[in-house]
Design a protein. Structure first.
Lengths: 107, 114
């Protein structure tokens, strides 16, 4: 059975303070690893899909990387508007999600 | 292109009642998945439909059911509601349902069971 563990559960940063979120996964065969951002009371918003170890994708201040056992979401010089819960998921038609990392960026 | 839409956005029901939630996928998308999100369990997969057929099912009791119509719109039904069914119900769609497709989520329906 696929499993996903995200750490830390919560992270508080100052504006401009770079950091990384971790997503460890156990799967029988990786079909895709997905990162989403979720704001309170809203549905998850798609950020990245990674398919194979060594793959990297970037979008504005976010960069996602993938190894055979984990993925990192690096956030560079974050702004208060980057505050959200970041979710990691693996799977195909049936996604298995981690519990998320609640990120707060203080101005 | 319009995103995934879900109706209603909020619902309040009492125990024992039943409820039907609706989801309209992104135009051209044929696969629709449903998820339940609670503070304790996080996001959990309910079921997935493709071309009007249930293709995958999660570990939820039979009180949870769904269907998909020929226009790809989907509904899910929960019968005999329990307090623990209070949650955000999310619908997601993908274009062809190929295993590597990205799922795009709607805003969700917040269900409160009293």
């Amino acid at each position: 059975e696929d499993q996903v563990t995200q750490s830390p559960e919560a992270l508080r940063l100052q504006e401009g303070e770079s950091s990384s979120l971790n997503c460890s996964y156990t799967v029988s065969g990786l079909r895709g690893l997905f990162w989403y951002r979720q704001d309170p009371g809203k549905g998850p918003e798609f950020l990245f899909t990674l398919y194979s170890a060594g793959e990297e994708k970037e979008k504005e201040r976010l960069k996602a990387t993938l190894t055979k056992k984990e993925s990192f979401l690096h956030i560079t010089a974050p702004k208060p508007e980057d505050s959200a819960t970041y979710l990691c998921a693996v799977g195909a038609q049936k996604l298995v999600f981690g519990q998320g990392t609640r990120l707060t960026i203080n101005p | 292109k319009a995103g995934v839409t879900q109706t209603p956005r909020y619902l309040i029901k009492t125990r024992g009642q039943q409820v039907t939630l609706s989801c309209s996928p992104i135009s051209g998308h044929r696969s629709v998945s449903w998820y339940q999100q609670t503070p304790g369990q996080g996001l959990q997969f309910l079921f997935e439909y493709f071309s009007e057929t249930q293709r995958n099912k999660g570990n939820f009791p039979g009180r949870f059911s769904g269907r998909q119509f020929s226009n790809s719109r989907s509904e899910m039904n929960v019968s005999t509601l329990e307090l623990g069914d209070s949650a955000l119900y999310l619908c997601a769609s993908t274009s062809s349902g190929v295993s590597t497709d990205t799922q795009y989520f709607g805003p969700g329906t917040r269900l409160t069971v009293l």
